[in-house]
Design a protein around this ligand. Sequence first.
Ligand code: GRF
Length: 223
Amino acid sequence: MTEQPLSLVVLVSGSGSNLQAIIEAIDAGLPARIEVVISNRPQALALTRAASRNIPTRVIDHRECTSRDEFDARLDSLLSELDPQLVVLAGFMRILGDPLVRRWHGRMLNIHPSLLPDYRGLQTHRRVLEAGEQWHGCSVHYVTAELDGGPVIARARLEVHGNDDEASLKSRVHDCEHVLYPTVIDWIARGRLTLADDTPMLDNKPLRQALTFEAPQLMEAAS
Ligand code: GRF
């Protein structure tokens, strides 16, 4: 384990339930520290969650930027100033441009509500239901310029029930996210997970395929 806690900057846009899960995991011993939470939306509930734990917050309102490039430049400049060891996208609803993503290559994670590489993009729960899929879940991946396309580290898989609707599925996927994301951050914080030549390495072994946890076991282990 590294001596100092891993320094994190968390990027958010919305409710921040994943941010909350990371905060609680840190309380429970995850060796990391959230330096700042950054939002592109001034009203994001995630900012309130951070502030209530005395975590500094910053807003870069994308509506005040005249272009995507300007938003990216402002974000990049703030990230460079903060210089975290890891940037954690937790419900951050902006597509980041190539130069910024390249600069943070191997140091930027995202969580996505599907079993990647399936169902990139938005409305995943609805699309999974419409397609009549048997399985759904969430994935944690390194961020690259390809939307939801970077190397996948770990996934949690759950079975879609016959009576599931979008809300029930989203809720169960969220429960998995709140365990999976802190788990992956913990591996990085303890020096167990790195990215080498676009291949995640866990305990010095290449993860040629994402580690996939079955949701019941994952939730059981976390309880
Ligand atoms: C999650 O479903 C995450 O997978 C996706 O955005 C959602 C964020 O939820 N990237 P929250 O803001 O953490 O509650």
